[in-house]
Every structure is written in C-alpha cells, then in structure tokens.
Write a protein of this length. Structure first.
Length: 160
C-alpha cells in the first residue's frame, strides 16, 4: 500500500503538471521596475495593466524622469511618459503586457521596446467612448529600430 505524505503528494502533482506542459501556478512572476513622474496618473493605470497580466510591478516616482531615459539609452524620438526596466530590457511608454511577455520569452538582442507618445486606447490610456488608435511597438537598440508588434488599443494586430 502506497502512502503519500502532503509534501510527496504536492511534489508529484507539480511534476505531473510541469511534465504535461502547463505552467505552475506558483512560478515567479517577471519583475518590472517602472519609473514615472510623480504627477502622472496614466503611468499608474499602465502599472495596473501589467499587474493584471502577470508582472510584479514596483513603481518609483522620479521628477527627473528624462535623466533616467537618457541613462538607459531611450532615443528621444521614442520617449513617452514613463520608463521601465525588466530583466535587462528597457520598456518605454504604454507597451502592452503581452508584448513584454513575448520579449522576455524570445530574448531578442535589443535594448528595449517603446510605444512613442501616448496613443489613445493603449494600456493605461483608455478613454471611454473614444475608439482606440492603432500603433506600433518599436524595438530599439544598437542595431537600429524596427516594428516589434502592432496594436489597436490592447488588441494585437498582424505586423505589416
């Protein structure tokens, strides 16, 4: 007769779930540090979007956010209202969480991602009664810039 104690049962369950290809519920969430201007509300709304989509967010208020952008190598043409750092990448502006998850999964050799400006309907920039804009998520780094993803609001579109 096989008797499993609690630890043995949980270990067997976790092994079976992992072997079946399902993510473990207790796996660590990616951490992201968001630096924002203390007076910005849309940055806080974007952080909420990230939390709701599986990222562990730390918010840092910094009235000199432009110095952070310059230090991290954000091109001025790609600047937005907040700058984040996660696992060696820079995230600039209202980048959707699923684009960040793809970045962390695929690990391209870039500095980071940006949604320049503040497109209406992007995560954290939703305006009730206003249709969302279509916008690009731009990959940037030493090799230049390219379109990483395309969205209408928070809905991914095919890249053209």
């Amino acid at each position: 007769m096989l008797i499993l104690n609690r630890r043995g049962f949980l270990g067997s369950l976790a092994s079976g779930v992992a072997a079946a290809g399902f993510p473990l519920a207790f796996a660590a969430q990616p951490k992201i540090k968001v630096t924002k201007d203390p007076n910005c509300g849309c940055c806080t709304a974007w952080a909420t979007h990230l939390r709701e989509n599986g990222l562990e967010v730390t918010l840092i208020d910094n009235p000199q956010i432009n110095r952070v952008k310059a230090k991290l190598g954000v091109p001025s043409a790609l600047a937005s209202c907040h700058t984040a750092e996660t696992e060696g990448y820079v995230i600039e502006g209202h980048v959707p969480a699923d684009a960040i998850h793809r970045l962390l999964r695929d690990r391209p050799k870039i500095t980071g991602l940006s949604v320049p400006g503040m497109p209406i309907g992007s995560p954290g920039m939703e305006v009730e009664g206003t249709p969302p804009e279509t916008y690009n998520v731009i990959a940037f780094g030493p090799g230049g810039q390219s379109v990483f993803a395309r969205y209408e609001g928070a809905r991914a579109l095919p890249v053209r």
